[in-house]
Write a protein of this length. Structure first.
Length: 232
């Protein structure tokens, strides 16, 4: 029997279902992740949450929910994201422990290449249309009204909106908790449809320098064999 999708929103780009409501308010980052896993759900990575917001933006039936997440107004509305940042000798990394990828909980570790590493007001629409694997804004993103706070060592990510602005905050304290901070949880009900990722890979022409990066990234998406075939 196929599990019920009642109360869930399907996101084609990630092949995940998201809850229609913010849940588990008032809990810190790690506690939220632990409870979600016990419920066979997960905290979304920045890439997955970006795809979720893009679907809401582009779907007339979800405009109220999209505005609830992104609109600058009271009350405070905040959402945890599965991204912890760690500075290593060769640069900054984003670590998403227990991320839901291909129907399994996996630890995803990505070096932050092509990533905006300064505080800036950026274009929300341009960010939602971006395709970086880590799900953070690209370095050359245009100016706009979304406040972006760049990652620092030991911080975690969250997306929130208040009376005066909306913010993609990569400077969050994992130990913080308050009533308006929760999560839009994700779950995978059907087997992964990799059509979108396959098409993107087929459209890319990889230089020799990009081959290793392409294979490493493909491993995170379970598409290693496809990439190797495209590179022949």
């Amino acid at each position: 029997m196929t599990p019920s999708t009642e109360g869930l929103i399907y996101i084609p780009e990630s092949n995940l279902h998201f809850t229609e409501e913010r849940i588990l308010s008032g809990k810190n980052w790690q506690t939220t992740k632990d409870i979600l896993k016990s419920q066979e759900k997960a905290m979304p990575t920045p890439f997955q949450f970006r795809a979720f917001l893009k679907t809401l933006r582009d779907s007339p039936e979800y405009q109220e929910l999209y505005n609830d997440i992104t609109e600058a107004r009271d009350p405070w509305r905040a959402n945890w994201l599965n991204a912890r940042f760690e500075r290593r000798k060769d640069g900054m990394y984003m670590i998403s422990e227990g991320a839901l990828i291909n129907g399994e909980y996996q630890d995803q570790i990505l070096k932050l290449n092509d990533c905006l590493m300064e505080d800036k007001q950026i274009s929300l629409d341009e960010y939602l249309d971006s395709t970086t694997l880590h799900g953070l804004p690209p370095a050359n993103i245009s100016d706009g009204r979304l406040y972006y706070w760049y990652p620092t060592n030991g911080s975690v990510a969250r997306f929130y909106a208040v009376s005066d602005w909306a913010s993609f905050d990569c400077f969050g304290d994992p130990g913080s908790s308050f009533d308006s901070l929760g999560v839009f949880a994700c779950t995978q009900i059907f087997s992964k449809d990799s059509t979108t990722l396959e098409t993107e890979i087929q459209e890319k022409l990889y230089s020799k320098k990009e081959i290793k990066t392409a294979i490493d990234n493909a491993k995170l998406s379970g598409l290693t064999n496809l990439v190797l075939k495209q590179l022949k």
